[in-house]
Design a protein around this ligand. Structure first.
Ligand SMILES: Cc1cc2nc3c(=O)[nH]c(=O)nc-3n(C[C@H](O)[C@H](O)[C@H](O)COP(=O)(O)OP(=O)(O)OC[C@H]3O[C@@H](n4cnc5c(N)ncnc54)[C@H](O)[C@@H]3O)c2cc1C
Length: 430
């Protein structure tokens, strides 16, 4: 019987696990993917979708087109029965289903991490998927249009104030590209100006990156007029604004919440050993005590052989490579090739700062401005598994033509709650 490999989740890690298994072992294993959508989402370009630069369809990579031989089960895994080697899942119409496996790869990624701050889950939105990006784009346009006809200065100011909480990759890039988006929207309304505030609890932007990238981002955003509030957080949030921990109450209708991610809480129900909410694996990506189950990407606590004693950080770079390594080591566990321990030296980091600006340190070489921007975009095109021409054309059109500024009305605020984080669980995992 052909061994059955089931992959839960088709993001960076799951996609690459499937790629290795189907390219190298197509005749030797049957691969099944359980995933809520029929595409792999290229998350790093979501800020460009929110700013109306990249078409949302172009960051969605069709799984059926990439892997015609893979069985795709659209749904959400709800449990793993390791004894019987069965995954339980709810299909996209909510019906309970089961699928049997010989080898399982868990790559369900992460969800928004929300801090237990009054009002934050009610009045903020995140940026983790296409619906959030489309909602944010429409919301920004709507605020500008309503500000133009506001009946008081107070209302106008609040509508034109945009607050981003958390300055990791997502927050910094979102503030950078969306601030420029509001500038292009406001060309139609001379005299109006937007205020962007980036709130960061640490003493630098991008705390996980090298100082050169932090300083370049701070300088670029500062020069452009984004107010960077370091060592500051949110004390309380309500429908009219946010109270910052430095005591200032900022009237606003827009709070983008990007205080990081935490492993998908569904893994708690899988009953597997965990480290800070992430599934514990060895350096071969095999789950501790379960040699037939592998985990990779944001959801996995993988020993970092480059920094002994640490686990690898939650980044696309690691997820992509761990997914491929999990695919390879699953094949090895079936006797098809040799297993290899996972070890990766990051190749450098890239931060898109909007317009012609970026900060990058490929192979440790510090770069900024247009060169960094070209490298950042080149890297994304290289790293995206498909739709490269479409995305490149989107960028080219954005450079040549005025940005399209109509609302699409596809996503309501209710459809994109920030409640993927349960404050109780966040408290336990932080
Ligand atoms: C806006 C943004 C910008 C980013 N920019 C960068 C960057 O510039 N560089 C970088 O290195 N990283 C970046 N990241 C982080 C990077 O995208 C993640 O580290 C990476 O996506 C993690 O890959 P993954 O495969 O573990 O999870 P994901 O890519 O999140 O994939 C998880 C998959 O599992 C599915 N899933 C979830 N729950 C279930 C379930 N119960 N059953 C079945 N399927 C499930 C999801 O739908 C998804 O398809 C960014 C993230 C965001 C949100």
């Amino acid at each position: 019987m052909t061994p059955q490999v089931v992959i839960i989740g088709a993001g960076f890690a799951g996609y690459n696990a499937a790629r290795v298994l189907t390219r190298k072992h197509a005749r030797q294993v049957d691969v099944t993917i359980v995933n809520p959508t029929d595409f792999m989402l290229y998350q790093p370009l979501l800020p460009d979708v929110a700013a109306g630069i990249v078409n949302p369809r172009h960051v969605a990579l069709s799984l059926a087109a990439a892997f015609p031989q893979v069985r795709l089960l659209p749904g959400i895994a709800t449990g793993v029965d390791a004894g019987d080697r069965v995954v339980r899942y709810a299909d996209t119409e909510g019906r309970p289903r089961r699928v049997r496996y010989d080898r399982l790869i868990i790559t369900v990624g992460a969800v928004n991490r929300v801090l237990p701050i009054e009002g934050s889950t009610v009045h903020s939105h995140g940026l983790k998927g296409i619906p959030e990006a489309l909602y944010l784009r429409d919301h920004i346009i709507r605020q500008v249009e309503l500000a133009a006809v506001a009946e008081s200065d107070e209302e106008r100011r609040a509508r034109l104030t945009f607050v981003v909480v958390g300055a990791g990759y997502t927050g910094t890039e979102t503030a950078a590209v969306c601030q420029l988006f509001t500038r292009s929207l406001l060309r139609r309304y001379p005299g109006l100006e937007a205020r962007w505030i980036l709130v960061q609890y640490a003493d630098h932007l991008l705390p996980e990156l090298r100082p050169y990238l932090q300083k370049t981002a701070e300088r670029t955003l500062g020069k452009r007029g984004v107010e960077v509030r370091l060592n500051t957080s949110v004390a309380r949030e309500d429908a009219d604004g946010v109270l910052l921990t430095d005591g200032e109450y900022v009237a606003t209708r827009t709070v983008v919440w990007t205080t990081g991610v935490r492993p998908d809480p569904v893994v708690e129900s899988f009953g597997l050993p965990a480290v800070r909410g992430r599934i514990q694996t060895d350096e071969y990506l095999a789950v501790t005590g379960h040699p037939e189950i592998y985990a990779a990407g944001d959801v996995a606590a993988v020993p970092d052989l480059v920094n002994p004693g640490e686990i690898t950080p939650m980044t696309g770079q690691h997820a992509e490579r761990q997914g491929a390594a999990a695919g390879r080591n699953v094949a090895a566990s079936l006797g098809l090739r040799a297993a290899r321990a996972y070890k990766h030296h990051p190749l450098g980091f890239l931060v898109d700062l909007g317009g012609w600006k970026a900060a990058a340190d490929p192979l440790g070489i510090p770069l900024s401005g247009v060169i960094a921007k070209a490298i950042t975009r080149g890297y994304h095109l290289y790293s995206m598994p498909g739709n490269r021409v479409r995305v490149a054309v989107d960028w080219a059109l954005d450079a040549l033509l005025p940005r399209q500024t109509v609302q699409l009305g596809l996503v309501s605020a209710d459809a994109v709650p920030l409640d993927s984080a349960d404050p109780e669980i966040s408290r336990r995992i932080v």
